[in-house]
Design a protein around this ligand. Sequence first.
Ligand SMILES: *Cc1c(COP(=O)(O)O)cnc(C)c1O
Length: 413
Amino acid sequence: MSAITREDLLEWDQSDPLGPMRAQFHIPANTVYLDGNSLGPMPRTTAGRVSQVLEEEWGEDLIRSWNKHGWMELPQRCGRKIAGLIGAAANEVVVADSTSVNLFKLLAAALRLQTERKVILSDSGNFPTDLYVAQGLIDLLDKGHELKLVAPDEILGAIDDQVAVVMLTQTDYRSGRIHKMNEVTAKAHSAGALMLWDLAHSAGAFPVDLRGAGADFAVGCGYKYLNGGPGAPAFLFVAERLQDQVRPPLSGWMGHEAPFLFDQDYRPADGISRNLCGTPAVLSMSALDAGLDVIGNAGMSAIREKSVRMTSLFIDLVETHCADFGFELFSPRDPETRGSQVSFSHTQGYPIMAALIDQDVIGDFRAPDILRFGFTPLYLRYADIWDAVETLRDIMTSGSWDQPKFHKRLAVT
Ligand SMILES: *Cc1c(COP(=O)(O)O)cnc(C)c1O
């Protein structure tokens, strides 16, 4: 048994500088929510903000709201708030579309800057949508590009003078392993390649320093650690030095230099805004904006400090309290290279996770055998982690996970 007791953890919670943040979220009673890495919970201010946009702005002010309530600037306004979380300058980020679509836009833009090279380099642990988008773009371009995949720890060695773009998800969605952003970006640049980062499980999870690393392009997700709500718009980053070289593949009117001149010819806007395509999704972007204000007040270094303490605690408790049940740590043991999630593999991972969720301990399952737990310091308490591990232990001790209803696969895991 670990030496730590539940009473110790209640004390940790008492002296936790982020403790008061929990009151800013709606967390269902008796629920330990370990899936904020996949869908962040609802900030309390969000419902009010969205209903204000509905009732007052849309309802009363109608189309005047584009000017009167700043709807038109939402992509840049939200972008500025995200920039502060990922080490970007205020004019280097906009919010638009989904992560998948933004990846398409920036990967296409990057390939257009690299006319002589044909290789997109990524790793075999990358999230499928990233790989699918690259495959679809290669097919569309029909210029002999190739998607080359290597194991995550072989990336540095695989960057050579054939590579046009290194396209990586910084935090592995299954294991939580973090790529070394500075080192990989520097290697890409020394080989003449461009660097595109997917920050889906990084933004809002720990401090990211895109400028410090010298990154060229990045995309990321609004509904995970940024708590923007289901299907929230995503963001994209283009380094200032490249912004006016980018030729957007989706050359819509919102990225035009002067959309309301209704010119017949496309002329890209200056700066980051040329990466917009169509009309912003005002309702969902307003919800994201409310979420960004909450995380913006917390500070990424305080979040990271608590996150490391939480993930380390969870590993310690599972390995001591559930030592006999066959869980294998699937995440890096070194907190330096671990994001804000912990995964364990187990041959019965699916029904065990279903049984946990049935007890309101909510994590998720990733094929083939991974139980994934996200730790989000804004609203989780140390004692919650204790309770989650005790629930897991009860499920394993009693064998209650092995009921037919927990073996039935749902559409979304
Ligand atoms: C969650 C996630 C996405 C999500 O893409 P959507 O377009 O929002 O569906 C993309 N990439 C990575 C690495 C992710 O983790």
